[in-house]
Design a protein around this ligand. Sequence first.
Ligand code: NAP
Length: 280
Amino acid sequence: MRLQVIGDPVLHSKSPVLHGAMLSALGLDAAYDARVVRRGELPDYLRWARDHGVAGFNATMPHKEDLLPLLDGIDPAARLTGAVNTVCLREGAWVGFNTDGAGALSALGEVLGFDPAGSTVTLLGAGGAAKAVALALAQAGAERVRVCNRTLERAVELCARHPRLTPAPFDPDTLERLCRGADLLVNCTSLGMEGCPRQFEGFSFLDALPPHGAVFDLIYHPAETELLAQARRRGLRAMNGLPMLVWQAVLALEHFLNRPLDRGAMAAAASAALEHKQLF
Ligand code: NAP
C-alpha cells in the first residue's frame, strides 16, 4: 500500500513520522512519503497517484479547499467545512474527508476530559483550522461558539454555516467580554506560532475565564506558546496542538484502511514516534 502527504511546502510535515509509526505498529507493509505538489498541479497529481498505486493521501496547504471540486465524493463533515485533509481511492473513486475537527474533539476529550455538549466556547480565528474546529464543536453539541476574528467578514461567513456559531470582532474588550463564563478558549490564529512575527497585544482576557475554564492552543511549535504559559500562570488548564495533530492522523488512517483501529494504541504509537524523533 502506498500513501502520501501532499502540499507546498510539505517536507517539514510530521505526517510521514506519525503514519509510519502507526503502520509499523500494525505490522503493515505500507509506505507513506511526502510529495511537493504546487498550487494548480492537483489534476496532474490525481492522475499520477492513480497510475502509481497511491491508495490515499493527506493534503495540507494550499490544497485543502482546491481539492473539493476535483473529487468524486466528499464526506458531509468535509463538505460543511469546505476543506478536505484526507483523500482515499475507494473502488476507483477519490473520496475526501476532513479529520481536523474530529481530531480536535478527540484531543480535547483525551487531554482535558472536555465534553462539548452544552458548553460555551470562545474561538479565535476564522481560517481553515478554525472552520473545522468551530463546526465540529457546534455539531458535537456546544451550546454556543463565539468566533472572534480580525477580519470580521470571515467570521460572519463561517458562522452562517451553523446556528450555534456567533461572529465577533477580535479586540481586547470583546475578548475579555466573551471569555466571561466560557468553558473553553481555543486559539486557531497563528499568533504565537514559531515564525509568526505577531503576538497577542496582551493576555488580560484570560483573567475573565472562570476557574474551570481551559485554554486550547492549536499551535504546537513552540510546544508552549505565550498564551499557554500565561494561562498556566493563572492556574488554568491548558493544552497545545500536538494531541490534535496526532488524533487527526489516527482518524485519517482509519479512512485509508477503511476499518476501525485501536485508536488509543495508534495515538500512543504516533506520539511516541514524535517524541523519539525530538522534532522540536
Ligand atoms: P489560516 O487559514 O491562515 O488562518 C489564520 C488565522 O489567524 C486567521 O483567522 C487570521 O485572521 C488570524 N490571524 C493571523 N494573523 C493575525 C493577527 N496579527 N491578529 C489577529 N489574527 C490573526 O491558518 P490555519 O491553517 O487556520 O492555521 C491557524 C493555526 O492553527 C496555525 O498556527 C497552525 O499551525 C495551527 N494548526 C494546527 C493544527 C493541529 O493539528 N494542531 C492543524 C491546523 C492548523 P484574518 O482572517 O483576519 O486573516
